[in-house]
Each structure stands twice: as C-alpha cells, then as structure tokens.
Design a binder for this molecule. Sequence first.
Ligand code: PMP
Length: 440
Amino acid sequence: MTHIIHRSLRHTPLVAARSQGIHIIDAHHKKYIDASGGAAVSCLGHAHPDVLAAMHAQIDQLAYAHTGFFTSEVTEALADHLIEHAPGDLSDVYFVSGGSEAVEAALKLARQYFLEIGQPERTVFVSRRQSYHGNTLGALAVGGNEWRRQPFAPLLMDVPRVSPCFEYRDRLAHETQDAYTHRLLTEIEETFIATGPERIIAFCAETVVGATTGAVPPTPGYLQGVRRLCDKYGILYIADEVMCGMGRTGTLYAFEQDETLPDIVIIAKGLGGGYQPIGALLARAHVVDALRRKSGMFQHGHTYLGHPIASAAALAVQRVIQRDRLLEQVRARGEYLRKALVAALGDHPHVGDIRGRGLFMAVELVQDRATRTPFDHNKKLHAVIKQQAIDNGLLVYPMGGTIDGKSGDHVLVAPPFIVSEAEIDQIAQLLRQSINQSLR
Ligand code: PMP
C-alpha cells in the first residue's frame, strides 16, 4: 500500500532501487536497460562519477541560499557556460526546477516584454495541435493534447492552434515536401491574420515533437518560415526544447539544424540529466534588454530557482558533454541506432515509420503499412508494448493513439549518450521482440 498519489491510484509502479550507467535495478533486483533515459532525461546515464563528485562538493560548500538575497557562484558559472555555448544573441538565462515551470516563465516573460515595449494588447499565444508543453495550467493551455486539456478547459486561456509539422502522417501523396511545408506556413499565417496579429504574443512549438507524436522533426525550411512569419507580424517565437534540446538530437539545440533562432528557448530534462530537477529559459538580448530598460525586473520567481546543487549537477553534466565530445557521439550513435532500428523493424508489417534525429528516435506502429491506418485507440497498443518491454527488461517510452483518429501508437527510443553500439543492438532486438509479443 502506498500513500503517494501516483499516476495510477490503483497500481503502485515499479520501485527503483539503484541505477548505474544505462541500467536501472528495481527493488526485486531486476535489471532494466534505460533505453529512453526516462523521458529523454538521462543523457549521461546513471551515477556518472563526475556529476556525483560535483554534487557532493557543492553540498559541502553551499546547499541553498534564497535568491531574494543571493545568487551563487555555481549558478552564475552554469549561466556563463550556457550562454557561452548558445547560438546567436541568446544572452540571458532564467533558472527554474523543470520543464513546465520553464514554459510558464517563458509565457510570462514574453507577455511582460510586450507590456514593457508598450504593446499591452498582445495577450494571445498560438501553438500547435499535437504538442506537449507541460502540465501546469499555462503550459497545458498552450499544449495541443485535447484529452489532457479538456477536463481543465474552464481554467485555461484560449489558444488558437495550427497543424503540427508531421510529414509522415499529413503530407498528401501528390504533394512535394516543399508544397507541404508551404501549406503549413500558409495555415499559420491565416491563423495569425484571423486572430489579429497585433494581439499575438508568441508562437510556441517544440522543435522536434517528443511525447505526443514521437520524435517528429520539422521539414526543411519550416522553422525558417515560422521565424519569417513571426518577424513579419512582430510576434515572438518560443522554442520548447525541454525534450529535444541539450544535445539529444546531435546539436546542443535542435533548432541549430534548422538554421533558425527563436527569441526564447526552453530547456529542462537533459540540462540536469536527471541528477537534479532543473529547467531554464534562454532569451535573446532584445527581450531581456526591454525589461532592463523599463521596469528593471522580471515579475516572476520561485523559491528554488537557481538552486546551487541543481546548478552544480547541470554544470557537471554540460561540462562532461563538452569535454567528452558527446555531441559527436550522439550523431554517430544516433545513425547507428537508426540503422539498428531499420534492420530490426524496417520490414515489419506493422511498422509505418522510423524517424527522429540523433539519439531521439521513434518507431510508429500502424495496422496497415500501405494505408498508414493507425491501430484502434481503445486497443492502447502503446501501453501493451510498454508493459511487454518492461517484462523483457527494456525501458522505452511508448505513447500515442491520440484521439484525432489519425495518429498511430509510437515508441520513443532515447538512450543515454554513452550507450554503446552493442547495447543499441540489444535495444533494437528487445524492442522487436516486445512489439511482436504485444501484437500476438
Ligand atoms: N515541454 C516538453 C516538450 C516536454 O516534453 C515536457 C515533459 N515531457 C515538458 C515541457 C514539461 O516538463 P516537466 O515534465 O519537467 O514539467
């Protein structure tokens, strides 16, 4: 019996006891391969000695000092590190304790920016259907999942939504990739115009969609088009890289591969690699300078922002990624993972797509490869696969069967950056086995 309000109030989840490298061991000594790094969190794997040492040293030195009085050396060092490695004129960081909090902070920063530059009429955010931005009320409001939002709808702000960029599912047979991208951008512009562009604060989008549709990258030119449209109407572009950022796709920020630069970037999961709860937003100079010039403050704050131990953990994680050239490794192992998944599942009659970037890959399951018909939502195939994989000692992140009737079930595979080729082969084989067992 548990006294914790778990996700399920009927079942107690597995009890994790220890973790090491890419493995988690449960209270019954069963060992699992952590092939999704939790939910694309664990980038260095578990119990990395450098991170543990940095955290121990920080605990001995300074565990907590309230930001109403202090910043700390380690939090400043983390901010310096992030800005030094950030592209373009991303110039300032704001630290929080996780992804949803970072999204909330980004929404408020964007709103405050327009207040400070004398455009108080801008009160609307535009986002995309099939997106996930977190579970707090503001983050839920901009998120796309209808079934997540619906019970709380009276409490949420109204957000116009456009189609996601989901080529596999939505590009028409006769349509070129360019024409498809153009169609999506036209829809965004029409939505801006219908809403009244002068009322819009920002367009929010995950660079590579994670949880809802499974490692779906944008088509070439799509994000550049988003940037152009935002510039045309004076709208901010907020990139949510909570899941796909911090090296997961092979570059520190996924949008770098799309040669674009958002105004505000949201990061979390891989920032602290699971060692501490931490999230952040990075903002470009013009955004923060507007606040600096006018009110001189950001009207936001939480008790634990810029926590020294979280900062020490994140700084250690990020330094290891640089020192050990792990972004190169993500690119190489990511290609290896793609090939291993294609070899294991590419000809599977119920696999419709294998997609993603770097070590952020997904396998989409369909009833019929030719028509791409998804499985019946009520079958909850993703949940069956998740349990079957657990039985086989494999932790992956299956989601899906969204109720739009078009999205299939998918399995996200996002192992730690330190995964070996032999371990990738093992992951691909265990995944194939788990999928086959689930379809029986
Ligand atoms: N944005 C994205 C893209 C996410 O994937 C998530 C978490 N899955 C969040 C925001 C929310 O982060 P958290 O769960 O840390 O609040």
